[in-house]
Design a protein around this ligand. Structure first.
Ligand SMILES: [Zn+2]
Length: 158
């Protein structure tokens, strides 16, 4: 019996897809935020609910990029991070992702991004490229791997 259960468990684990789930209006909001920031990288905290290897975004918490070198890097101020976390707590949500944009390059994590992914734990990073206007999501496991972005249908009560 145990052997059988273990086999099931193993099969089940393989079936779980790592994905971050957003709806179209959230993606539109991030696109607009990126476009408004023009030559500078934009950033946001993605708040939601994590289940297994799925990160379901419920709210976007837009933030300012306070980095001294904002065209190629981004930093969220400690104050804004704190209010983002507070807002999440009030809504019973958690941080399920970090968003930032690359105004003039493709949506791949830079070396700096990889370093910060190491420091910022087990959550996906979404990058928007102003060059190709597409979104990609990554998570750091043993190495940085790309995960799926699932776009939910628009629902009235979502
Ligand atoms: Zn970057």
């Amino acid at each position: 019996m145990d052997g059988l259960n273990n086999n099931y468990r193993r099969v089940f684990r393989i079936v779980i897809v790592k994905e971050i789930i957003l709806n179209q209006s959230q993606l539109d909001m991030l696109t607009e935020h990126a476009i408004k920031s023009a030559q500078n990288e934009s950033c946001a905290m993605l708040l939601g609910i994590q289940k297994e290897e799925q990160w379901n975004v419920k709210e976007i918490f837009l933030t300012q990029n306070v980095d001294g070198n904002p065209e190629v890097e981004f930093t969220i101020s400690p104050e804004e991070l704190l209010s983002g976390y507070r807002h999440a707590e009030e809504k019973h949500l958690e941080l399920v992702g970090i968003f930032h944009s690359h105004p003039k390059s493709i949506a791949l994590p830079s070396n700096t991004d990889r370093e910060f992914m190491r420091l910022n734990g087990d959550i996906p990073w979404i990058i928007f490229s102003g060059l190709t206007t597409d979104f990609k999501a990554f998570i750091l496991k043993e190495d940085v791997e790309e995960i799926k972005i699932k776009i939910m249908e628009r629902h009235f009560f979502q």
